[in-house]
Design a protein around this ligand. Structure first.
Ligand code: PMP
Length: 426
């Protein structure tokens, strides 16, 4: 038994499933998860000392590469000054000003500790602001694990959602309507019927939790126009896309100004930090100014803020996103060439530092399309790469991430490994 297996067995005895977040258990791909001992730049090392080129990037935060020396130094400095105060600090103002500068739709924001908290709070705020209960989300989009968002589509069109998790009362999800991503007609029909009862629409502006799916221009335009017309709050959930698809996030590429934005992952540079913010009139509804309650013992944690600030500084250096995009393009093209050479049906797409790998001949437009991709082929690709020293996320349904630490040489090496892995699949 190798050390990963030993640790997995030991973990399973004390932590349910052996993990603190389900996808880490390799449930959908099979096999033994790698227990990470350390990470540096583009690499991670497992408990057996095996090194991998890492394309998980902590599922998004590691955009400047793991353990970037400047980020580590900023964290060290901050930690020496104390780990948490439960009182305001100047650094919180600095990072808030910085975020608002990068994302102009954000006039004011609150710092929290996870993406789940950011989306949960933004939805409560939208409900408090509008005085309405109903919310709309889209099938295949993930917005964290708060009760009202753990829903799957009901049986017919325009029905309210059923809980997708045990432990969530149907009463808690009965106000959540689940619609199809990219379905403009369904959206129009819904707003025509009950638009004035909708508190908010929450959107993954490039969906990354059903692999990568782009919204059509018509879809985002309809979303903005309909929410505005009916006084519903448009929430861009940019926890994954923020500072990832472009410096200013998906909204900067769509040319859309949402009412609220949720952020996470990159803004903490690997530490627990997230945020929600937007229009000043909406943000003024939060306690202590307004009646919508929201709080956190560790909110705006000084060490997390230090990591986030340094990361935001690094990603604003000249050429950062041009380079990141070029690397992502190089990788997706290399993987495509490897699949083509082996005759494996495969497609890719990317935006900035985020990309999708699909075991299908064409690009999916919706969750329904995504469920028709070949997950067995993904499993074989995943393990073929892992055993050759390249780690992708253990799920066919999440987007993948590029970092600035992935050099062109490393990406060529990845493509060469992919030629072997695809050839073995054919
Ligand atoms: N929203 C989106 C779009 C996400 O991708 C995620 C996490 N993958 C979340 C919210 C929840 O963030 P967290 O895991 O930090 O709670």
């Amino acid at each position: 038994m190798n050390r990963n297996e030993q640790l997995f067995n030991r973990a399973k005895a004390i932590i349910p499933g052996g993990v603190n977040s389900p996808v880490r258990a390799f449930g959908s791909v099979g096999g033994v998860p790698r227990f990470i001992q350390k990470a540096q730049g583009a690499y991670v090392w497992d408990a057996d000392g095996q090194r991998y080129i890492d394309y998980v990037g902590s599922w998004g935060p590691a955009i400047v590469g793991h353990a970037h020396p400047e980020v580590i130094e900023a964290v060290r400095e901050a930690a020496l000054g104390g780990l948490s105060f439960g009182a305001p600090t100047e650094a919180e103002i600095v990072i808030a000003e910085e975020i608002a500068k990068i994302v102009p739709s954000v006039a004011q924001l609150r710092l929290v500790s996870s993406g789940t908290e950011a989306t949960m709070s933004a939805i409560r705020l939208a409900r408090g602001f509008t005085g309405r209960d109903k919310i709309i989300k889209f099938e295949g989009c993930y917005h964290g694990h708060s009760d009202s968002l753990l829903v799957k589509a009901g049986s017919g069109l325009l029905t309210f959602g059923n809980p997708s998790s045990a432990g969530v009362p149907a009463d808690f999800t009965k106000h959540t309507l689940v619609l199809s991503y990219n379905d403009v007609a369904q959206l129009e029909e819904t707003f025509a019927r009950i638009g004035d009862e909708i508190a908010c629409v929450i959107l993954e502006p490039f969906a990354g939790n059903m692999n990568l799916v782009r919204p059509s221009e018509a879809f985002v335009a309809a979303l903005r126009a309909l929410t505005e017309k009916h006084g519903a709050v448009l929430i861009y959930d940019e926890v994954m896309t923020g500072f990832r698809v472009a410096l200013g996030g998906a909204q900067s590429l769509h040319g859309i100004t949402p009412d609220l934005t949720t952020m996470g992952k990159v803004i903490g540079g690997g530490m627990p930090l997230a945020a929600f913010g937007g229009r000043a009139d909406i943000m003024a509804c939060i306690s202590p100014l307004g009646g919508v309650y929201q709080a956190g013992t560790l909110s705006g944690n000084p060490v997390a803020v230090a990591a986030g600030l340094k990361t935001l500084e690094i990603i604003q250096r000249p050429g950062f996103y041009e380079n990141l995009s070029a690397r992502t393009e190089q990788l997706t093209q290399g993987l495509q060439a490897a699949a083509d050479a082996a005759g494996v049906p495969f497609a890719t797409d990317f935006i900035g530092g985020m990309y999708g790998l699909y075991f299908a001949a064409t690009l999916p437009q919706s969750y329904a399309d995504m469920t028709r991709t070949d997950t067995e082929a993904f499993k074989r690709f995943f393990h073929g790469m892992l055993e050759r020293g390249v780690a992708f996320g253990p799920s066919a349904y999440e987007a993948c991430f590029m970092s600035a630490a992935h050099t062109p040489e490393l990406i060529d090496e990845t493509a060469a490994i992919a030629h072997q892995a695809f050839a073995a699949m054919a």
